[in-house]
Design a protein around this ligand. Structure first.
Ligand code: NAP
Length: 292
C-alpha cells in the first residue's frame, strides 16, 4: 500500500482504471499527452506529471494504458520519456493491447535501464473498467506479478498468470480474435434477419433465450436494438487489434480465415466514418454492403 503508482494514458480505459487505483488508497501520479483529460482525476486527488520522465522519477511502478506501439514508443523514447528517468528497481506494467512480439521486444529494450516488465492487457471494456471488474492477463516474472496482485485487483476481478512476458499479450490476441468474430457474426445474422423482414428485437430476444444468449451478446443487445453505438471499445481499436492478431497468427502458422474476413469489415467501418463508434457498429458496414 506504500507503493507509488504512476499511470500514463487517460483515455476511455485509463481514466476509470486510474480512478479505481486512487479510490483503493494508493498514491497516484498521472500523465496524459492531452492535459485536459487529467482534470477529473486531479480533482479526485491524483498528482499530475508534466512529462513521462517526471512520473517515472516519482513512481515505483509505471502503468501504461495507451493506444498501442506508437504511443508507447512516444512515452518511452522521447527526450523527456521514461527511459530518460531514474529507473532502477522500478517496473513498467503495459496494460495496452499490443502484439506478443512487441511485448517481448519492449522487455528487452527496458532491461539495460534496469526496468522490470510485466505485460498485463485486459479483457473487458469501459463498463468493466468503471466497475473494477476487468480480467487481467499477465505475463512476466511470477513473483513480480504476485507482488502487484493487489494493485491489479483494484482494477479487475481476476488476475490470470499466462506465462513469461509476452504471453499476456498472446492471451489477449486469442480473446480478441474470438470477440471480433463473435460480434461480427451476431451483426451478420441480424443484418440477414432485417432483409428477411424479421423484427430486430424479436431476433435478439430469440437468440438470447437459448444457448447463444451469452454475456457478450446480452451486453451488445441494447446497442443493436437501438441501432446506436455509443463507444465502449472503439471500432478503430478493434481493427488495430486484429492487425496484431493476424501478424501474430501468421508468425505462429495458425489459420485464421474468419479473423481475416472480420479485419476487412472492421477496416471498412473506419472508411465509412465509424471508427470512433463502438465496434458493434460493424453492423453498419454489413448494411452498406447489402441491398437495403
Ligand atoms: P483511447 O481512449 O483512444 O486512449 C488512448 C490513450 O493513448 C490516450 O491517453 C492518448 O492520449 C494516448 N496516446 C495515443 N497516442 C499517443 C502518443 N503518440 N503519445 C502519447 N500518448 C498517446 O483508448 P482506450 O480505449 O482507453 O484503449 C487503451 C488501450 O486499451 C488500447 O490498447 C486498447 O486496444 C486497449 N483496450 C481498450 C478497451 C476498450 O474497451 N476501450 C478494452 C480492452 C483493451 P491523448 O488523450 O492525448 O489522445
Amino acid at each position: 500500500m506504500t507503493q507509488k503508482i504512476g499511470f500514463i494514458g487517460m483515455g476511455i480505459m485509463g481514466q476509470p482504471m486510474a480512478a479505481n487505483i486512487l479510490k483503493s488508497g494508493y498514491e497516484l501520479m498521472v500523465y496524459n499527452r492531452t492535459k485536459e483529460k487529467t482534470d477529473t482525476i486531479a480533482d479526485a486527488g491524483a498528482l499530475l506529471a508534466s512529462t513521462p520522465a517526471e512520473l517515472c522519477n516519482w513512481a515505483d511502478a509505471v502503468i501504461l494504458m495507451l493506444t498501442g506501439p506508437e504511443a508507447i514508443d512516444a512515452v518511452m523514447y522521447a527526450e523527456q520519456g521514461i527511459l530518460s528517468a531514474q529507473t532502477t528497481d522500478k517496473v513498467v506494467i503495459n496494460m495496452s493491447t499490443v502484439s506478443p512480439a512487441y511485448s517481448r521486444n519492449l522487455k528487452k529494450c527496458l532491461e539495460p535501464s534496469g526496468l522490470n516488465f510485466i505485460d498485463a492487457p485486459v479483457s473487458g471494456s469501459k463498463k468493466p473498467a468503471m466497475d473494477g471488474s476487468l480480467v487481467i492477463l499477465t505475463g512476466g516474472p511470477k513473483e513480480l506479478i504476485i507482488r502487484y496482485e493487489q494493485l491489479f485487483l483494484t482494477m479487475g476481478q481476476k488476475v490470470i498468470y499466462c506465462g513469461e512476458a509476452g504471453q499476456g499479450s498472446a492471451m489477449k490476441m486469442t480473446i480478441n480474435l474470438l470477440l471480433a468474430v463473435m460480434v461480427e457474426g451476431l451483426c451478420e445474422a441480424l443484418n440477414l434477419a432485417q432483409l428477411l423482414k424479421l423484427d430486430t428485437d424479436l431476433v435478439l430476444d430469440s437468440i438470447l433465450a437459448g444457448h447463444l444468449g451469452c454475456g457478450l451478446f446480452n451486453f451488445k443487445s441494447d446497442m443493436l436494438k437501438q441501432n446506436e453505438f455509443p463507444v465502449q471499445f472503439p471500432l478503430k481499436h478493434m481493427a488495430k487489434d486484429l492487425r496484431f492478431v493476424l501478424q501474430t497468427a501468421d508468425e505462429a502458422g495458425a489459420a485464421v480465415p474468419a479473423g481475416h474476413a472480420a479485419f476487412q469489415l472492421y477496416r471498412q467501418g473506419i472508411g465509412l466514418g465509424n471508427g470512433d463508434l463502438d465496434f458493434a457498429a460493424v453492423k453498419k458496414t454489413l448494411e452498406a454492403l447489402s441491398d437495403h
